[in-house]
Design a protein around this ligand. Structure first.
Ligand code: PLP
Ligand code: SF4
Length: 449
């Protein structure tokens, strides 16, 4: 086991597992040596990380591999194309020297940059990459030291960043890159700190990003969001030691400064909310005055039933968390393992919504975060006797598209936006690539592109 460097709490119980250790862990806890071997093979391609909290308190080993939390965290042979799995397995056994180029080729086939993230969204700052300014009012910030997580979701659409391939990193050099950008863009009212998980950073480092936003010169920043999975993967972040206390004081300071502070919690399964540490963490977070909101994708093997989502939202409301987005799994990584047809996600969402009260119906979904914008499927309708998906943009590069109903030809098997087709001529404008509207700002580095 290796200690996580730069981890928020420095506790010796926070450990990362890889390679042979992963095989030993799975073999020891499940007794299934084939499952363990397969996990090790796949972990050469897809990033993997767990800590002692998720292995000891979240995963139900007696139900592995079918346990939803095991599915969420552990590599499985079905995540790779069978031929690719066999190639990697053989290279490991017979020709380890071939492994790096083979692994690079397999990764390249897994669409490492969904939604044209690198090409379309990333203004080049003088410190490097790491701001996304796609929607006028909102700036996404990827703090450099927050580009990892306490454990990894096997479905993560940011997986390419975690594999260490240099050009795939989306990370700002530091807070100055962020503040300089904000000074040039008075239209921005919301800053979202994201990752990875910004709460892997120790509190003083996080404060370097947050304190400037509270200064009078940034008074037009009315909302600060922090995206995190820490309550699910490392609730001790909020409860153990002086750094946890400092974090709570920092959050209180944001609220006291009159800003809307939202913790955007990534919650995939009701069990993540069940443990005593998670309950303690949420109670402390509520006490800061932050608004807690929750979002996650619907994922095969993990939360692909209406009952699971109804349960998840109901428990969120009970914990003071506002359900926000139900996402569709992006077209990347182990999509062959986790993806569900859009029609199925729609069905899950609709049946789940019917089981909960209005307080949980704040959730919007199913939502696809595409290169054109965030698009929701409202339902299936029958137009001229043929079925269609009724859709709307919740956010779009072209603001004029937001909120207008449009239709796509109903498709039972489509799993992503780019497989959908416009239903009628008037729908075509919603399906156009909108590179034209991208917001880029190359002048930070004075470099023409
Ligand atoms: C989802 C998202 C946002 C936030 O959108 P809201 O509608 O405000 O939740 C901002 N920027 C990007 C790039 C996003 O994908
Ligand atoms: S918490 Fe988010 S960024 Fe981290 S591994 Fe999971 S999906 Fe990826």
């Amino acid at each position: 086991m290796t200690r996580l460097t730069g981890a928020a709490d420095g506790s010796s119980t926070l450990t990362a597992v890889s390679g042979r250790r992963l095989r030993e862990l799975v073999a020891r806890r499940t007794g299934d040596t084939q499952l363990a071997h397969d996990a090790e093979v796949v972990a050469h391609v897809l990033p993997f990380k767990v800590n002692s909290y998720v292995t000891d308190e979240l995963v139900d080993w007696s139900a592995a591999p079918d346990d939803p939390l095991y599915r969420l965290l552990f590599p499985h042979r079905d995540m790779l194309d069978p031929a690719d799995f066999t190639r990697v397995e053989r290279a490991l056994r017979e020709s380890p020297a071939d492994l790096p180029s083979l692994v690079a080729a397999v990764r390249a086939r897994l669409n490492p940059h969904p939604g044209d993230q690198i090409a379309l969204n990333t203004p080049r700052g003088d410190g490097g990459w790491g701001l996304q300014h796609k929607y006028a009012s909102t700036l996404l910030v990827f703090p450099r030291q927050g580009q990892t997580c306490h454990s990894y979701c096997a479905y993560c659409f940011r997986w390419a960043q975690f594999t260490g391939a240099g050009e795939t990193k989306l990370a700002v050099a530091g807070p100055d890159t962020m503040t300089r950008y904000l000074e040039r863009h008075p239209e921005i009212s919301d800053v979202i700190l994201t990752g990875g998980d910004p709460l892997v950073m120790r509190t003083p480092l996080l404060a370097q990003y947050i304190h400037p936003l509270l200064e009078p010169r940034h008074a037009r920043i009315t909302s600060i969001r922090i995206g995190t999975k820490a309550p699910a993967f490392w609730p001790h972040r909020f409860t153990e030691g002086p750094d946890a206390d400092d974090l709570l004081r920092l959050l209180e300071k944001v609220v006291a400064a009159g800003r809307h502070l939202a913790l955007m919690l990534h919650l995939s399964h009701p069990r993540e909310l069940d443990t005593a540490p998670a309950q303690r963490a949420l109670a402390r977070l509520r006490s800061t005055g932050a608004v807690l909101r929750a979002q996650a994708p619907a994922i095969r093997h993990v939360n692909d039933s209406a009952g699971t989502w109804a349960d998840l939202w109901t428990r969120q409301v009970r914990c003071g968390i506002v359900p926000y987005y139900l996402f569709v799994e992006r077209d990347t990584g182990s999509q062959r393992y986790f993806a569900l047809p859009l029609s199925r996600v729609l069905d899950i969402h609709q049946r789940a919504i019917r089981q909960v009260s209005g307080l949980a119906r704040t959730v919007r979904g199913p939502v696809m975060s595409t290169s054109s914008g965030k698009v929701v499927i409202d339902g299936t309708v029958h137009l001229a006797d043929t079925p269609a998906f009724a859709m709307r943009f919740l956010q779009a590069r072209d603001p004029d598209l937001v909120g207008r109903p449009f239709h796509a030809v109903y498709d039972d098997t489509a799993t992503w936006w780019d497989e959908l087709r416009p239903y009628a001529p008037q729908d075509h404008r919603f399906f156009q690539r909108t590179d034209f509207f991208q917001r880029t700002d190359n002048t930070l580095s004075g470099e023409p592109r």
